[in-house]
Design a protein around this ligand. Structure first.
Ligand SMILES: Cc1cc2nc3c(=O)[nH]c(=O)nc-3n(C[C@H](O)[C@H](O)[C@H](O)COP(=O)(O)O)c2cc1C
Length: 76
């Protein structure tokens, strides 16, 4: 399971170049978290259920001020 936290993935160059090829793999689920939760209203129960099904988790995000995007902080 790949979690991509990018507030403007459509306008991204670097992160899209990394995540787009991965999204085509059969056994990988890529989750665009800003598209999933544009209002930051994270479905906690649904998130627990999804992450429990993952064999491995990848967190992908651009650095924002030496830290992570705000939605990712809330998701943590
Ligand atoms: C508000 C903001 C803060 C950023 N802070 C950092 C930073 O602290 N360190 C860094 O290396 N890049 C920083 N960047 C650059 C982003 O990480 C940059 O968008 C990313 O490397 C390029 O990826 P993208 O083409 O997928 O957007 C910042 C960008 C923005 C918009």
């Amino acid at each position: 399971m790949v979690y991509i936290f990018h507030s403007d993935l459509a306008g991204s160059v670097v992160n899209r170049a990394l995540v787009d090829p991965v999204a085509e793999l059969d056994d990988v689920l890529v989750r665009n978290m800003y598209a999933q939760y544009p209002d930051y209203a994270i479905g906690v129960k649904a998130e627990y259920e999804l992450i429990e099904r993952a064999d491995a988790v990848v967190l992908q995000f651009p650095l924002y001020w030496y830290s992570t995007p705000s939605l990712m902080k809330k998701w943590f």
